[in-house]
Design a protein around this ligand. Structure first.
Ligand code: SR1
Ligand code: MG
Length: 396
């Protein structure tokens, strides 16, 4: 009789990672494997393993039992490795070319073994260095429409959809978002982090009851609206890109939430880029912002017409109502992301790496301003063009 025993979790070193890779039988027996730890995110180890001779390579990603960005004092569930792996597999059903292939998973060690994408660059890094990603917004618009439509009630039998809602229950990672995006930045909370020169602007936010009411509504949507399987953390650091390829990685925050959340997070990170750029380079980003929404909404609409199982799909006005709700949510969530990336715990390099202080503070103030406007005016901005006009206005 074989009794399956749980392996004891321990965090990998580079030597362990090589031994682990050898056990996968992905490389030949005599391969001489080289390993680099390349994780630059907030939460995990990422080992890049390569056989120099055959050029074969793979990634071993391991979740740590705490948040790397803070340290061991912030314990974090290892279940997020499983969530990430099952989310990648689910997304691959709809957008196989836009996500990395998962080769193996190991729940006890919180490991996901996957395709090596190191020939690509993290989009945030590339964008900061003004690299051009002509496919980025088309691919992300497509990714958003396909993954969000196909995992929603518009495409799935209610039993299947509710099964997925429960499979993707991710309370601890959701709590991070609830705190870091929707709560802490709007109060004088210890996790916040901002330059003393921004205090006046920050206090205006903390004292703005109208703004806080709108953020409370958005937080409530995030907490209660299980519309579709979200990536949950779709910022430009969760995307690998080149001129010809786009791959969305890192869905450890995946759960069932409001459709506009993924779109809003992505657009907010593009907006940060647009704020920091000069005219011509800025236009490229504004086009990406416009195109993301256009590709998302037109693809979602095509899927609605061709694949929706909803009895009311042909009822006049219903599709428009759904897309309009997604658009308003998108703007509101984008606003929250802009504010938290500027004054909350987890910042972005696009702003923080600007050495010249006056310039950096100027851009940060603009990010806060746009964030507030998107939240407060989300019912007055009637199209993505209105959002672009708002961003252009900043530079007049
Ligand atoms: C403690 S985790 C901080 C942030 O990093 C992740 O990428 C998420 O965006 C989270 O809010
Ligand atoms: Mg991440």
């Amino acid at each position: 009789m074989t009794i399956a025993t749980k392996k004891q979790y321990k965090s990998l070193t580079k030597v362990h990672a090589i031994l682990y890779a050898k056990g996968l039988h992905f490389f030949s027996e005599d391969a001489e494997l080289h390993c680099r730890e390349i994780g630059d995110g907030n939460l995990n180890y990422v080992f890049h393993i390569k056989d120099a001779q055959s050029e074969r390579s793979l990634i071993i990603k391991q979740a740590l039992p705490y948040a790397k960005v803070v340290g061991e004092s912030w314990p974090l569930t290892l279940k997020r490795a499983t969530i990430e792996a099952i989310a990648l597999k689910k997304q691959a059903e709809y957008v196989p070319t836009l996500v990395p292939t998962v080769y193996a998973t190991d729940e006890d060690l919180a490991i996901t073994v996957m395709e090596d994408l190191s020939h690509l660059k993290i989009a945030r890094e590339g964008l900061i260095h003004l690299e051009s990603y002509p496919k980025l917004s088309r691919d992300i618009g497509e990714y958003l429409a396909q993954t969000l439509f196909h995992t929603s009630d518009f495409a799935l039998h209610p039993f299947e959809k509710k099964g997925l809602v429960s499979e993707f229950s991710n309370p601890e990672l959701c709590k991070i978002t609830e705190d870091l995006i929707f709560t802490d930045p709007f109060f004088d909370h210890e996790t916040n982090d901002f330059e003393p020169s921004l205090r006046a602007e920050v206090e205006v936010i903390w004292n703005n009851e109208r703004l806080k009411l709108e953020v409370a509504k958005l937080k409530r949507s995030f907490l209660t609206e299980a519309e579709a399987l979200l990536h949950g953390d779709l910022h430009t650091g969760s995307i690998f890109a080149s001129e010809t390829e786009t791959k969305v990685i890192d869905p450890e925050f995946a759960f069932y939430g409001p459709i506009g959340f993924d779109i809003g997070i992505f657009l907010a990170n593009l907006i940060v880029q647009s704020i920091t750029r000069e005219t011509e380079a800025r236009n490229t980003i504004l086009q990406h912002i416009e195109q993301t929404w256009e590709v998302f909404s037109s693809t979602f609409s095509t899927l609605w017409k061709s694949k929706s199982i909803e009895s009311y799909k042909d009822t006049k006005g219903f599709e428009e109502y759904v897309l309009d709700k997604i658009f308003r949510d998108t703007l509101g969530f984008a606003g929250c992301e802009l504010i938290r990336r500027t004054i909350g715990l987890a910042h972005v390099k696009d702003l923080d790496a600007i050495v010249e202080e006056e310039q950096r503070l100027h851009f940060k103030k603009q990010a806060l301003q746009v964030g507030k406007t998107l939240i407060l005016k989300r019912y007055d901005l009637h199209s993505i063009d209105a959002v672009i006009a708002l961003l252009e206005e900043l530079h007049k």
